[in-house]
Design a protein around this ligand. Structure first.
Ligand code: GUN
Length: 291
């Protein structure tokens, strides 16, 4: 079993970005600038946004955080998005999800200028991705294909099973893995809550991407010997043996399946760090398109 070390790979890619940023600045350019909008105080979202801000500093980007309380109205948020769209100094921005229930998420995403949509959530970018045109790829799927690529894991012609069909992970990664591209060219099956006899699919899979949000769901008897498992889940569960009384686990039962896998991503330290790195890569792309 080989561990796919997302933390180490993210560090390597961030160093590559930092070198490129330093070069661009030495040529007289300003710094790339990524902004994040956070509405409300969801603890996980706060952690994600903090990581994004810290990562920007590490690579030499400017970053701003617009933090609004949970009572912010949809109109107020639309105004913030319009201002960011118009701000020449901002290369890309993200609106952290989930948004409070009274805000229509689709309406907010549709309001983002696609050229600044470094999350790749706008249908303009999503549609381009689906058709194999250059676009901003959604951060988590982009992180996953980058990991597969950098670890030289063969994807072409493989049986890939994606568990979960969210707009952010499951659906876009199923498209990316099946695209005529490298990495890509896989035979992809997208499984979800209505799939019957799930194990029949997972047992045949060469590569499993699991993004269900169900702690320790994937067990050894559900996979074949030598499978590659990419675990997108980040679940906090109670654990009396830790100081905090809880710990983070993935959607795959790591201890149960690791020995059976050829490659596996740990949680934490797998897909998570790569997501932020993808956002930085997209922001650099947005910046370079502008200058
Ligand atoms: N919430 C969970 N993942 C993401 C992400 O990649 N982008 C944004 N904006 N919100 C998220």
């Amino acid at each position: 079993m080989k561990l796919i070390d997302g933390r180490l790979l993210a560090k390597t890619i961030k160093e590559e970005i930092a070198v490129e940023v330093a070069q661009l600045i030495s040529e007289g350019n300003r710094r790339p600038h990524l902004a994040a909008v956070l509405v409300g105080a969801d603890p996980a979202s706060r952690v994600y946004v903090r990581n994004k801000t810290r990562s920007c500093e590490q690579v030499g980007f400017d970053s701003s955080l617009i933090n609004k309380d949970e009572h912010t109205t949809e109109e107020e948020l639309l105004k913030i998005v319009a201002d960011l769209n118009a701000d020449e100094g901002i290369d890309g921005f993200i609106v952290q999800l989930p948004l409070p229930k009274h805000i229509d998420t689709d309406r907010i995403i549709l309001a983002i200028d696609p050229s600044k949509d470094v999350d790749g959530f706008h249908p303009n970018n999503f549609g381009k991705m689906a058709q194999g045109m250059p676009s901003f790829l959604p951060a988590t799927p982009f992180g996953i294909v980058t990991m597969l690529d950098r670890y030289n894991i063969d994807v072409a012609g493989k049986n890939c099973v994606v568990l979960g069909r969210s707009n952010i992970v499951g659906t876009p990664i199923s498209i990316l893995l099946s695209r005529k591209a490298d990495p890509g060219n896989a035979t992809v099956t997208l499984c979800h809550s209505r799939t019957k006899h799930l194990e029949e699919y997972t047992k045949k899979a060469d590569i499993i991407v699991i993004a269900l949000g169900r702690p320790n769901f994937l067990k050894a008897d559900m996979i074949k010997e030598g499978a590659v498992v990419i675990d997108v889940g980040i679940n906090r569960i109670e654990d009396a043996s830790t100081k905090s009384g809880s710990k983070l686990v993935g959607d795959a039962d790591f201890n149960d399946i690791a020995e059976k896998c050829s490659y596996i991503t740990p949680v934490p330290g797998g897909v998570g760090p790569m997501t932020v790195t993808s956002l930085l890569m997209n922001t650099l792309q947005a910046f370079k398109a502008k200058i």
